[in-house]
Design a protein around this ligand. Sequence first.
Ligand code: IPE
Ligand code: IPE
Ligand code: MG
Length: 252
Amino acid sequence: MDILQSIDRTRLPKHIAIIMDGNGRWAKERGQDRVYGHHEGVLSVREIVNGCAEIGIQYLTLYAFSTENWNRPKEEVNALMELLVNTIRKEVEELKKNNIKLHVIGDIESLPEVCQRELAEAKEITAGNNGLNLILALSYSSRWEIVEAAKKLAKDAMEGKLKPEDIDDKTFHSYLNTAEFPDPELMIRTSGEYRISNFLVYQLAYAEFYFTPVHWPEFRKPNLYEALLDYQQRERRFGKTSEQIQTTPQHA
Ligand code: IPE
Ligand code: IPE
Ligand code: MG
């Protein structure tokens, strides 16, 4: 049977988060510059975004540039920023047409002004869409996000807007960059690394992790479907026993 047909559309994750890794290695294996890998990676981004939209995923978060990535050679950082601007410029009409709404998380003010402008414009153009929510993590790291949330919480507490004893999981979540999104149920990392590299540490608390050796520029729709099938074969117990899960629906 066709792999797409095997996916149960009633049990899809609402939110998929992806660490798009391996562009550099993929390029090096082909005797090319790392930046060539980033360019090819954009084709995978386009295909996975469309694949998620077609199948009915509601939220897709892509880790595109981490806080730590600022430490890469200047030429690579510049090339990535340029690629970001050009890609957004080129793809925004397609996003609009496909009913995709763009969001950005991370320390956006640290990005070059031209990137900030392009992102703000694309967000505005797609603001009225209500299909797939595409969330780009840019100059993002989880520890940065959590520390920022703690600062805002402390400030609000000092100003008497909330009492420390009233802070619960829900309150804390509302201070994160991802406040308006549900937590991802599935996290995919390409290129064979088994780590989360400062990505959505708080939000991935109960996510299912899927690791594949495939480098990001080669990760295409069939690979996404494989990940979804793998996810659907898992039993998500949330601390309960298997017997308890089997008597109550998992994806209510
Ligand atoms: C992911 O690929 C893209 C970014 C982090 C921007 P890498 O550039 O990390 O590729 P590898 O891991 O070095 O192969
Ligand atoms: C994580 O990939 C960041 C992005 C995919 C944007 P890295 O390649 O930077 O992660 P490490 O350094 O290998 O953990
Ligand atoms: Mg990498």
